[in-house]
Structure formats: structure tokens, C-alpha cells
Design a protein around this ligand. Structure first.
Ligand SMILES: [Zn+2]
Length: 332
């Protein structure tokens, strides 16, 4: 277990190093795989759903719709909608270095519990308060899990309507939207540079391998390199054919983010060797394909898990856990 007492030293180690980059952190938004990567991940995830999933999910029209929705949350970043853009920008990433420091007992599953932890960490480390905000640290796993739960809720409604022999068209459309929307965040979570403070150039003081500090690597890797070199056909055959049922979707998503984060040094190493210039190298192409496969497999597994879990009966009201301190208790 991490100890909060360790935090100040770690903070000090890189807080000076990142101070110069705070403006950049606030002003340079990353897009996560660019349009091509998001569309590929969404399409391949649905193409690899098992055959016993409902057929409406796998029609050509459904595939086109879910593919279209891959980049959807990036369409909410326009200065024409400044409030929406600002509110949802943190939902695309999680800087694990900062998030872990703010949560000595592990990342909590509820968004508002994480906000509580961030505010507590701000009080404990006032010198770091500006960096311990949700806008700077990110909210990716909470957004992904909440959209996953929307998908599950709509799938439950679909089952109810199917059993009652009532029209399912409306809820089918809702499910396609949920699945496509979810795909965006799951895809962001397979991009190593969406899990780190080093998201667009190495910002830590320690840099023994001489990783680039230029602010180019993010879009060069996720947009230009993917656009010029990778196709959905490169990804689909590599997705494991059997879907995985997630035991605990939030915890599984966090584990997925941590596995992605392990690939941050390799991403920089490849860049150092010109791996994202032009057609790159065999190594950089297989690395990128492997990351896109990880995203497509996780999305496929989350859609599958939502479907299986949507069959579980909802507990009766009187059996439900009492509201905890972070719930408002206000009627809907
Ligand atoms: Zn994104």
C-alpha cells in the first residue's frame, strides 16, 4: 500500500520540473488516437463480439454508427461550446503519477470520492494544490465506468422490453450510442500518453534515456503515425477470439490503465529512434498495433460484460445499501 508520507518527496522531485509545463498542461489538449485509431478500435470491438450477442449490435448499420461514435467526445472540444469543452476535457486521461499520490488507499470507484481525495491532498500539500485538481489529474476511469453502467442499464431495459414483446427500436439506438461513446474512453485508455504527466514530452527532471522534451510526440504517435501506417485489418486478427468477463469493471479498467502506463517509457524509446517518423520501424508498427488491439479487446470485453451483467436482477429497494456520505440524498 502506498503511504501518503512518501508523497512530499516524490512531489518535490518532479514538481519543479513540471512547473514550467503547467501552462502547457492546461492549454494543450490531447485527442487520444486521432480519428483513425478511435474508429478502428470501435469497429473491431463490435466485429469481435461473440455470436450470441443480440444481432442488432452487429448489423452493417450498427458497425457504421459505432465506428462514427469513436471520435464523438473529441467533437465536444470546440471553442464554439466552451463550457462543454472545459467540463469534459479531463474525462479523456488520467495522470497516474498524481492520481496515485492523492489516493493512498487506491483509486475509489466513485467519482465524487476521488474529488474528495483530491481536495484532501490539496490541503495536505498546498504547494501542489494547483496540480491536484480534477482538470489537471484527469477523470478517465470514472467516466469510462459510468458510461459502462449506462450501457448496462440500457441493456437491462432491452431485455425487459424483449421479454414483454414490446418495441425495442428506441432502446437499441440508445445501446448503440452508449457502446460507441464508451469506446472513446476505452480507446483513450490504451494510449500510454493518456496515463501520465509526460503526456506530450518528458517533463520529469530525471531523464536518463534522454527522452524528448519537445511537445510533438503525442499527436505524432496517435494521429499521424496511425493514419499513415495502421489499418483495422491489422488489428482485428490479433484480438483474442474469446471475450473476457470482467469481475469488477472499475478495478479491471484501472488495471488496464496501469498496464497501458507501463508502456510509457517504450513509447518514448521508440520516438527516440525515429519510430514515429514516416513509416517508422517494424518495432514501432507492431507496438502501435498492440496498443490498438488492447483497446479493441478491452472495449469488446466491456460490452460483453455489460450484456451478461444486464441479465442480473436489480436488488429490491429495501435491500439496497444506504446512501454514503457523498450522495446528495436529493430526489431525482
Ligand atoms: Zn479522448
Amino acid at each position: 500500500m502506498k503511504k501518503i508520507q512518501c508523497v512530499p518527496l516524490k512531489f518535490v522531485r518532479f514538481s519543479l520540473a513540471i512547473a514550467l509545463f503547467v501552462t502547457l498542461l492546461a492549454s494543450q489538449f490531447s485527442f487520444g488516437w486521432g480519428k483513425d485509431g478511435h474508429k478502428m478500435i470501435n469497429r473491431v470491438a463490435v466485429e469481435t463480439l461473440p455470436a450470441d450477442m443480440p444481432a442488432f449490435l452487429r448489423t452493417p448499420q450498427a458497425l457504421d454508427e459505432i465506428e462514427y461514435l469513436g471520435p464523438e467526445p473529441d467533437r465536444w472540444r470546440s471553442p464554439a461550446e466552451p463550457e462543454l469543452s472545459a467540463a469534459q476535457a479531463p474525462e479523456h486521461f488520467l495522470d497516474l503519477e498524481l492520481a496515485d499520490m492523492a489516493t493512498p488507499n487506491g483509486l475509489p470507484a466513485r467519482r465524487f470520492d476521488f474529488l474528495r481525495d483530491l481536495y484532501a491532498a490539496q490541503l495536505l500539500h498546498p504547494e501542489m494544490a494547483a496540480k491536484l485538481t480534477p482538470q489537471t489529474v484527469g477523470l478517465l476511469p470514472w467516466q469510462a465506468n459510468e458510461v459502462f453502467e449506462r450501457l448496462k442499464a440500457d441493456m437491462r431495459e432491452y431485455r425487459t422490453r424483449l421479454a414483454a414483446h414490446t418495441d425495442t427500436y428506441g432502446v437499441e439506438q440508445a445501446i448503440l450510442y452508449d457502446a460507441g461513446w464508451l469506446g472513446h474512453y476505452v480507446a483513450d485508455g490504451s494510449q500510454p500518453l493518456h496515463t501520465t504527466i509526460n503526456y506530450n514530452g518528458w517533463v520529469e527532471a530525471e531523464n536518463p534515456e534522454g527522452f524528448t522534451r519537445d511537445h510533438k510526440i503525442h499527436s505524432q504517435f496517435e494521429s499521424e503515425f496511425v493514419h499513415n501506417n495502421i489499418k483495422a485489418q491489422d488489428i482485428q486478427p490479433l484480438v483474442p477470439s474469446t471475450p473476457r468477463m470482467l469481475d469488477s469493471p472499475f478495478d479491471d479498467f484501472v488495471a488496464y490503465l496501469r498496464a497501458t502506463n507501463q508502456q510509457v517509457p517504450e513509447t518514448y524509446r521508440l520516438e527516440n529512434h525515429g519510430g514515429f517518423n514516416g513509416h517508422g520501424t517494424a518495432q514501432s508498427r507492431s507496438f502501435t498495433i498492440e496498443r490498438l488491439v488492447a483497446g479493441a479487446a478491452m472495449l469488446r470485453d466491456m460490452i460483453y460484460t455489460a450484456w451478461i451483467q444486464s441479465a442480473q436482477p436489480v436488488p429490491d429497494w429495501h435491500d439496497r445499501a444506504p446512501k454514503n456520505a457523498t450522495s446528495s440524498g436529493k430526489p431525482a
